[in-house]
Design a binder for this molecule. Sequence first.
Ligand SMILES: Cc1cc2nc3c(=O)[nH]c(=O)nc-3n(C[C@H](O)[C@H](O)[C@H](O)COP(=O)(O)O)c2cc1C
Length: 180
Amino acid sequence: MEAKECIKTRRSIRKFTNDKVTKEEFEELIALSSFAPSWKNSQTSRYTVVLDEEIKEKIAKECMMNHKGNENTILGAPAIIILTTVNSRSGYERDGSFTTSKETHWQSFDAGIAAQTLCLAAHTLGLGTVIMGIYDEENVAEVLNIPEEQSVSAIIAIGHPVEIPDAPKRKEVETLLAYK
Ligand SMILES: Cc1cc2nc3c(=O)[nH]c(=O)nc-3n(C[C@H](O)[C@H](O)[C@H](O)COP(=O)(O)O)c2cc1C
């Protein structure tokens, strides 16, 4: 798929068919995602694929802060990916001090780039994704036994789309772009 087309046609997918995503597909997906840029190439993003129905249900029902939309998306997805990031690397100097006044901000920034890289890569493989930010981080970390030195940065549902929704309206370029 051509890059422009990939960027423009990727949509957030919240309804999936019953078809599974194979381990080969996950491996290709993460190999592509590893090319995401990161703070000093620190590559702090980690990806935990949840295929187990019981664990998935626990996350849907107990960790979504009662957000019914996200609960249903997870229950209907063949898999979810828990994107975690290793703490205290992005935005830090070797001596542990912050490099910039934005302090810890760069960890989430790296996670965002990793998430979108993964979503675009999935789209090229014919898979649909939705990034979810509404979840209870502590509960998710506990259910999945996420190592203490990592933060849960996003949850991404993945599978084969039932349909591709229309793109939600975008702002005009004049609103987004400024020159000085
Ligand atoms: C940081 C972030 C958090 C999001 N959280 C959720 C979420 O919790 N649930 C959901 O259904 N969609 C979520 N979305 C998806 C957005 O709603 C979606 O990207 C936006 O409406 C534009 O639609 P599109 O992705 O199809 O272009 C999130 C997206 C981002 C980038």
